[in-house]
Design a protein around this ligand. Structure first.
Ligand code: SF4
Ligand code: SF4
Length: 483
């Protein structure tokens, strides 16, 4: 009965949209779809770089998720076709209204991701990109999003994140970026007509930085970066009316990463007793965003130990979150978590959380190397979605206090790291990394096209690239937004 009813519901959602589905399937894959969707641009943690540690699934039919224009991108300039957007929205609505279907998609997502990874590895070795072809490829400038870590200080201790371990072991030196350094980096990015800026730290929560809003205002108003993305764990949203500042400061895409809607599970997964603060701050944020006409696209990313169905049936979800869901305000559920180069194991996870499995290593460079992150001390680091002991490691290619972003991206260190992969020589953090994503021929073609301005695309939703998301049916008639 549930299966029959699911098929019927999906058929209903898709009825009258067959041409849209066909059109979507005919669309070429975007460079973003091939290059770690969301990851190479905007990983993000559970308050920091959540996607450095996770993979989640969007509630949309799989072929569409892979083929569609980037459904996770919420910028005005990268909207999927309106028809496709409506179809996806309608399917999301179906899923969130039928919790058994949500749970089924959530579980199936884990295995589908695994198959996707295996196919990608196969393609990377069957039709390899030659070392000489990557010699002329620079990081970041093609994909139009740079990440600047405003802090590496966090106010949570998530079990799925390396942060508590590297802090306890004193191998990470926490710090916060000075405003002058931020202005230098982001000013340069603005001069390069940088399209997107991701302020989600590799580890840390941006709201811990007392200068955060001044930095965002500089980026939005002076450097004129059109898309500004950020992830927070939401613990400090309530302090000093930060929820208002967050909506007013110029951020375009915001993700709130939290466990779910159970106080005890929150405590277990996030390691701090702040559930009530997060819920209150989140509620006020959603309310204020709606009051202002939804200027900020928000995704609540559950790093859930609870089943998705338990969350959407809970009293807190229905009271604080559900009434605000719309095309601009969505939720997603995390399907799998990375090991942070072996730092996190199954024992660290609880409930529904599952670790991503490592595939057999291949000697092909990782696509995430082509993404640049500037750390609080000015170190420019490739990838920026994982660390093992410290952020000062084999992925650092220089410091922005001594050279410009462009000079660093053209320097010898970058190519040395990339070419080393072909010889099986990886930086320590890349050995056994479950976020590894090999360069493929399709990725290269689209990356080059993006660099030529053919498919220049803004940063992805800070949210997830791969997450199960849902929106309620009653909001389906709301005016279409960029999502
Ligand atoms: S401990 Fe902090 S940095 Fe790590 S996932 Fe949690 S909120 Fe993010
Ligand atoms: S293999 Fe290295 S570059 Fe690739 S995701 Fe992992 S840490 Fe980043």
């Amino acid at each position: 009965m549930p299966v029959a009813s699911g098929v019927r519901l999906l058929a209903q959602a898709a009825s009258g949209r067959n041409s849209a589905v066909r059109a979507a399937l005919k669309q070429p894959l975007s460079w973003r779809d091939l290059a770690v969707p969301g990851r190479s641009l905007v990983p993000g943690c559970g308050g920091s770089r959540v996607d450095s540690g996770v993979d989640s699934v969007v509630y949309s039919p799989w072929p569409l998720r892979r083929r569609a224009a980037p459904v996770h991108v919420v910028s005005e300039n990268s909207t999927p076709t309106p028809m496709l957007s409506r179809l996806k929205f309608k399917l999301n609505a179906v899923l969130i209204e039928h919790s058994w279907l949500l749970d089924f998609g959530y579980k199936a997502g884990y295995y589908l991701f695994w198959v996707e990874d295996a196919v990608r590895n196969f393609l990377a070795t069957a039709r390899p990109v030659a070392p000489s072809e990557l010699e002329r490829v620079k990081p970041n400038f093609a994909n139009a999003c740079v990440r600047v870590d405003v802090t590496t200080v966090c106010n949570a201790r998530c079990t799925f994140c390396a942060y508590p371990k590297v802090i306890d072991n004193k191998t990470l030196k926490p710090g916060t970026m000075k405003l002058d350094l931020f202005r230098k980096v982001v000013g340069e990015w603005g001069q390069h007509r940088g399209h997107a800026l991701d302020l989600t730290p590799l580890v840390g929560d941006p709201l811990v930085d007392p200068g955060l809003f001044a930095k965002v205002e500089f980026a939005a108003r002076e450097a004129k970066i059109p898309v500004i993305l950020m992830n927070t764990n939401g613990i400090l949203l309530n302090r000093n009316e930060n929820y208002r500042k967050m909506i007013d400061c110029g951020v375009t895409n915001l993700a709130i990463s939290t466990q779910g809607t159970d106080r005890a599970e929150f405590m277990r997964v996030y390691g701090v007793d702040k559930y009530d603060l997060v819920m209150d701050g989140l509620h006020k944020l959603l309310e204020y965003n709606r009051e202002k006409g939804e200027p900020v696209s928000i995704r609540i990313r559950f790093r859930n130990a609870q089943k998705p169905s338990a969350i959407i049936r809970s009293a807190d979800f229905n009271r604080y979150i559900r009434p605000y869901l719309s095309r601009r305000v969505q939720v997603s559920f995390t399907v799998r978590y990375d090991t942070w180069a072996g730092t996190i194991s199954e024992e660290d996870l609880s409930g529904e959380m599952m670790l991503r499995k490592e595939l057999a290593p291949i000697n092909v460079p990782c696509a995430n190397l082509f993404s640049l992150t500037v750390m609080p001390d000015g170190n420019a680091r490739l990838c920026g979605c994982q660390l093992k002991h410290s952020d000062v490691d084999g992925l650092v290619i220089g410091n922005v206090a001594e050279a410009s972003l462009l000079e660093l991206s053209e320097g010898p260190r970058f190519q040395k790291i990339v070419q080393g992969f072909y010889r099986g020589e990886r930086p320590e953090v890349c050995v056994g990394c479950t976020a590894y994503r090999p360069v493929t021929r399709g990725w290269l073609n689209h990356y080059r096209a993006a660099g030529d301005g053919e498919s220049r695309s803004p940063g992805s939703d800070p949210v997830d690239s791969d997450s199960v998301s849902g929106t309620p049916r009653e909001h389906a008639a709301q005016p279409a937004s960029s999502q």
